[in-house]
Design a binder for this molecule. Structure first.
Ligand code: MF3
Ligand code: CO
Ligand code: CO
Length: 260
């Protein structure tokens, strides 16, 4: 299968979907406080997407998943299932990952939340992981290679004594949620496929405080670090433009995000 190239008209639809996905993360932010459950956060996001955005929560029914968001706390790397019994507590770090479908097109994004007052080592993990995402985005331009993205992310993570999760990756996105290519968050400069204008994909590094290895829990979804130490993730959907990446899921708190 070939990597699809989106037209300007199609990217316009991706811009709408991306903006909606970013809006969900902005909307939910004030609710993320000690004492709320991840199940409640999921319900609020579902109602917002369906009733306010008139859009579709892409995760519902995806490969049997039943929730709108993934809510991954502390040692959970990704795909944490929202649960009314999972109450957030002071000091937790949380990733909320949401994908919205509008007019047939997908926008996929996630961000980290510091719940209450967090320990310096957790704040540092969250910050460095966001920097990894931005360094990956900065590596995107027509003529560069997918390996350049992974290289930039891995270099920054390892410089900070963290490890990059290799078991999960970013992905092409459009009318299909997960399409080709796979975007690895580690790698070597100048390797892999050449990046072309009109490609749309996610970059979503998962960075661990300890070892890179993961395990899936018996619920079939929740992915945790093998050593029980914490993990963080940030995700954007981007479109490749003439001079670099356009971040389709940019939030308002990202005012200084370099747009080529
Ligand atoms: N949003 C995730 C990603 O970044 C995928 C979640 S699939 C689910 O690709 F079923 F777990 F929701
Ligand atoms: Co994704
Ligand atoms: Co996602």
């Amino acid at each position: 299968m070939k990597i699809s190239i989106k037209s300007e008209k199609e990217i316009n639809k991706m811009r709408v979907a991306g903006r909606l996905a970013a809006d969900v993360l902005e909307m939910i932010t004030p609710y993320v406080t000690p004492g709320i459950s991840t199940g409640e956060l999921d319900k609020i996001c579902y109602e917002y997407i369906v009733n306010v955005q008139n859009a579709i929560p892409a995760n519902v029914g995806y490969k049997g998943y039943e929730k709108t968001i993934c809510s991954s706390v502390n040692q959970v790397i990704c795909h944490g299932i929202p649960d009314n019994n999972k109450i957030l507590k002071n000091g937790d770090i949380l990733n909320i990952d949401v994908t919205v479908i509008k007019d047939g097109w997908h926008g996929d994004t996630s961000k980290m939340f510091l719940v209450g007052e967090c320990a310096p080592h957790n704040k540092r993990l969250v910050k460095v992981t966001q920097e990894c995402l931005y360094k990956g985005i900065d590596a995107v331009k027509p003529g560069a290679f997918f390996g350049d993205i992974g290289y930039a992310i891995q270099k920054h993570a390892e410089k900070n004594y963290y490890s990059v999760v290799e078991d999960y990756c970013g992905h092409g996105i459009g009318t299909v949620y997960h399409e080709e290519p796979q975007i690895l968050h580690f790698g070597k400069k100048g390797t892999g496929i050449k990046i072309q204008e009109g490609m749309c994909f996610t970059i979503e590094p998962m960075i661990n405080q300890g070892v890179k290895y993961s395990k899936t829990l018996r619920d079939g979804w929740t992915v945790e670090t093998k050593d029980g130490r914490n993990s963080a993730q940030w995700e954007h959907t981007i479109a490749v433009c003439k001079n670099g990446a356009e971040v389709l899921t940019k939030r308002n708190d990202e005012f200084d995000l370099n747009e080529n």
